[in-house]
Design a protein around this ligand. Structure first.
Ligand code: SIN
Length: 518
């Protein structure tokens, strides 16, 4: 297959990029790859919303910038923070034009508040903002004839110079992808390639991400020698529902604390105040650590007491969470919701410039898989969808400029086809499942919220075994999307461990107990 642009990933970043580019240049052929189906992406699970300054009487760009910088603990790129915050209202306007809806109050939006924010500025749709956005974007993208959507396709490898004859220049030429329906490898040759593959929460056994969050873009970029930065800053969301819900870890939005809920230990103490005067409204890194410390006490549990919100408001504003509690027979107002931290977001990723260009020519990265410098060491709540929109827009404008000055100079036949090997044996998928569980266990035990030099060393040693077993299957058996995902998880886990070992100070979401008193 030959196309002008290949977009790998179909969350808010990938879809808004494709929609914007098709508006800028309706002649371009754009292929959008979706790993499962168009609805299933990390975006769908975003409950909170989008942080955008709206009420200029009580809020300002400067306040949003200051909150982002404070949460990022000294590691944000100030220029990036400034333009992302200031471009927010325009991007929100576009999103509305593409069919999204947000809760209204009076003349404007109903604005929520989350940890680390000093003003109400979260534009949201009840507690299912991401789901609402994703559905609107799906409707919009399906109405654009020059966009081809390929569902059930997973990235295998980026195509770079080393797959070509000697002397060809170093750039991205598209990707090999695998169909999860029939495990067929498809070669997609593209003038420009965009990674919008999201994060990699699935390296941990407790994550608010869907199981498709296996870091495919980050891993494929790493294998293609693209610069990857700051993967040690994994953000753990403080409040995931402690018991599984429908077999998964379920998010209890930070907006619940923003609306007034209290975090308590089993003695009924609001323990977060021991760590930060903002209490429950401190940034995520601080609240997640505070909870983890409580939970280290044998038999201890942490609850989110929602009685200060009141049943009526809670039911209205958080219908999804209310329903989950009801189904599990949890009363949020008397006993409180049992919560614990879970892997949620990668503040680092594929390093990009202000136009979303990576260190490999003709390759962009947008959304969670990228590292723009906005989040620093810890992302401020609800800044992720904002970042995705702003950088998708910038990438689309930059891509359009590219095609105004260059025509597609590739021929499909120039790029070699994928060489496949033997037939898969039945038991491999069970082995893959076991290897994935071992990886998740070792990352959760040794590379979680609190790390140490010893735990990182132990993790590296244990990962080596998973790596060798994965490599053996990858190289000697027929490819499946499951082994591709496992290989990506192994690569991302390796990068988290290595970048954690190289990090010699505690900041934001990174905490190594050996540096506690330095
Ligand atoms: C939440 O609703 O707490 C998640 C939103 C986010 O990750 O920014």
């Amino acid at each position: 297959m030959l196309t002008d642009v290949l977009v790998i990933g179909s969350g808010i970043a990938g879809m808004s990029y494709a929609i914007k580019l098709s508006e800028l240049n309706p002649k371009l052929r754009i292929v959008v790859l979706s790993k499962r189906n168009l609805l299933e992406s990390n975006t769908k699970y975003a409950q909170g919303g989008i942080a955008v300054v709206q009420n200029f009487q009580k809020d300002s760009f400067d306040k949003h910038i200051a909150d982002t910088l404070k949460a990022g603990d000294g590691l944000c790129n100030k220029e990036v923070v400034s333009f992302v915050v200031k471009e927010g209202p325009d991007r929100l306007e576009e999103l509305l034009n593409w069919g999204t809806e947000f809760d209204q109050e009076g003349e404007g939006f109903h604005l929520g508040k989350e940890g680390g924010h000093t003003a109400k500025r979260i534009v949201h749709y009840k507690d299912k903002s991401g789901h609402q956005i994703q559905e609107a974007l799906i409707k919009k993208i399906k109405s654009i004839p020059q966009i081809t959507i390929l569902e059930n396709h997973t990235l295998v490898n980026l195509i770079t110079d080393h797959q070509l004859e000697q002397g060809s220049k170093r750039r991205c030429y598209g990707a090999y992808v695998i169909s999860s329906k029939d495990q067929r490898i498809v070669k997609i040759v593209a003038g420009l390639t965009v990674l919008s593959t999201g994060g990699a929460g699935a390296v941990y056994n407790k994550t608010t991400n869907p199981d498709s969050a296996t870091g495919d873009g980050i891993a494929a970029a790493y294998r293609a020698k693209v610069t990857i930065a700051n993967l040690q800053y994994v953000q753990f969301h403080p409040t995931a529902l402690a018991p599984d819900y429908n077999g998964k870890t379920f998010l209890i939005s930070e907006a619940v604390r923003g609306a007034g809920a209290h975090l308590k230990n089993s003695k009924g103490e609001r323990f977060v105040f021991k760590h930060d005067p903002r209490g429950e409204m401190a940034s995520r890194d601080i609240v997640a650590r505070a909870i983890e410390i409580e939970l280290k006490e044998p038999g201890e549990k942490v609850y989110l007491d929602c009685s200060p919100i009141g049943k009526e408001v809670f039911e209205l504003e958080f219908p999804t969470i209310y329903q989950a509690c009801k189904n599990l027979e949890i009363d949020p107002f008397t006993e409180g919701i049992p919560v614990l931290p879970a892997a949620h977001y990668f503040c680092g990723g594929i390093d990009v410039d202000q136009n979303s260009q990576t260190s490999l020519s003709h390759l962009y990265a947008i959304g969670e898989c990228s590292h723009t410098g906005l989040h620093g060491a810890n992302r401020l709540a609800s800044n992720s969808l904002l970042e995705a929109l702003v950088f998708a827009h910038r990438a689309a404008v930059h891509s359009n400029d590219y095609f105004e000055n260059n025509s597609l100079d590739l021929v499909e036949e120039q790029i070699p086809n994928w060489k496949d090997t033997d037939i898969i044996k039945d038991q491999e998928s069970k082995v893959i499942g076991r290897l994935k569980s071992s990886l998740q266990e070792l990352m959760s035990q040794q590379v979680g919220i609190f790390k140490s030099n010893q735990s990182l060393q132990q993790a590296e040693k244990e990962l080596e075994k998973v790596y060798l077993a994965t490599k053996d299957i990858y190289e000697n058996k027929k490819l499946t999307h499951q082994i591709c995902e496992l290989r990506n998880l192994v690569n991302v886990a390796y990068l988290i461990i290595k970048q954690s070992q190289n990090c010699k100070e505690n900041r934001g979401g990174f905490y190594n107990i050996d540096y506690e008193n330095l």
